[in-house]
Design a binder for this molecule. Structure first.
Ligand code: PLP
Length: 388
């Protein structure tokens, strides 16, 4: 998978391979069936039906109704649409509410947006997290008041896989009349996600073996929403001609993900085998977020030398890459930059400890042979990095 050089792909939280079933579902809409779903002729109506069926498949993954979904060009867009769409209505209808809350470990899609909102006059609370990457609901309950408009908390963290206390957070927000948004990008298709607790949920196709450039936003019926992009499509909630192949691909991916949810134990088994295997072969290695419930596919490991000093994970990443194994340092978007992971430093790791951490993220396609191949590389890498 992934070309000539890369043979073992353990970076599935950055993105996943397109499933063959998804490709097959998309193909007719890439070639041949190209009509605009807004066109009144039969070909247009067929495209409209394909979009509707795909939305029903995505909706089924989170227990929603197709009419509650707004298809977008990414999860980043969906998060912006939810947040800005909700706050625009609150601004106009409830002047007392000038406060928004999120956590220190959100994806940059949320953190950068909240930073922008702060500059535009919103009072922003960023909840800290503990050593395991969990925000405290006691802190949240102390922060949320009748002046709070929105609480945004991711369902699962993309760097550590830590599952966040979204149910409790939603209850606290709602007890004060505030809205609740969750970025469920990493959780959907990996653990059960029920839209019932949220006013807004954000999803992305490319994290579940669907195509890139397609996201979805769940908006609870009756939740305040003002379109970010104007136009007649998506019931006037998101303008722009629908990405028919992409949306059909998202539908197919969501259907597969629903089936594969039953096999989460298998992925967890392989992840645990990898994790335990690494810990056994690398004395001093530690799992970041080990004390929290985590996604079944993710392991974020901090590597140390024999004296407990952090090693340079970038060098480890490069050496793994040369051995045909793709992993990452934190989020894909922060890899390549020299900034330490904001998630790991929020968990109390030093910059050096954060820079000594690698994320391994598995998928439905990861095999035991691949896990064992990674483990077989480790003793030599340990000798090179630690003994060097
Ligand atoms: N939220 C989380 C938790 C993510 O991991 C990602 C992707 O890395 C996103 C949001 C952004 O998704 P998209 O690439 O669809 O904009």
């Amino acid at each position: 998978m992934g070309g000539d050089v890369m043979t073992i792909y353990l970076d599935n939280n950055a993105t996943t391979a397109l499933a063959a079933e998804v490709r097959d579902a998309m193909m007719p809409h890439l070639f041949g069936e190209f009509a605009n779903p807004s066109s009144p002729h039969s070909a247009g109506m067929a495209a409209r039906r394909a979009v509707s069926e795909a939305k029903a498949q995505v909706a089924a993954l989170i227990g929603a109704k197709p009419a509650d979904l707004v298809m977008t060009g990414s999860a980043t867009e969906a998060t912006h649409a939810a947040t800005l769409g909700a706050l625009r209505v609150i601004e106009e209808t409830d002047h007392r509410r000038d406060h928004i809350v999120t956590t220190a470990v959100e994806h940059p899609a949320t953190l950068a947006l909240f930073d922008d909102l702060r500059q535009r006059g919103w009072r922003v609370t960023i909840l800290p997290v503990n050593r395991d990457g969990l925000p405290s609901l006691v802190d949240l309950a102390a922060a949320v008041t009748e002046a709070t408009a929105l609480v945004s908390m991711m369902w699962a963290n993309n760097e550590t896989g830590v599952l966040m206390p979204v149910e409790g957070a939603s209850a606290i927000a709602h007890a004060h009349g505030a809205l609740f948004h969750s970025d469920a990008v990493q959780a959907a298709g990996r653990v059960p996600v029920d839209c019932g607790i949220a006013d807004y949920l954000t999803l992305s196709a490319h994290k579940m073996h669907g195509p890139k450039g397609v996201g979805a936003l769940y908006v609870r019926k009756g939740a305040p929403f003002h379109a970010l992009i104007h136009g007649h499509q998506e019931r006037r909630r998101r303008g722009g001609t629908e990405n028919v192949p992409g949306i059909v691909g998202f539908g197919a991916a969501a259907s597969l993900a629903s089936l594969w949810l039953d096999e989460a134990d298998l992925i967890a088994f392989l992840r645990d085998r990898l994790e335990q295997g690494i810990l056994a072969r690398w004395p001093g290695a530690v799992v970041n977020g080990a004390g929290a419930a985590r996604l079944p596919n993710t392991s974020n490991i901090r590597f140390a030398d024999g004296r407990g000093h952090p090693v340079d994970a970038e060098e480890l990443l490069m050496r793994l890459d040369r051995a045909g194994i793709a992993v990452s340092m934190g989020a894909a978007c922060s890899s390549g930059g020299n900034e330490p992971s904001h998630v790991l430093t929020a968990m109390g790791l030093s910059d050096a400890q954060a820079a000594a951490s690698l994320r391994f993220s598995l998928s439905r396609y990861t095999t035991a042979a691949e896990v064992d191949a990674v483990l077989s590389e480790l003793p030599a890498l340990h000798a090179r990095l630690v003994a060097a």
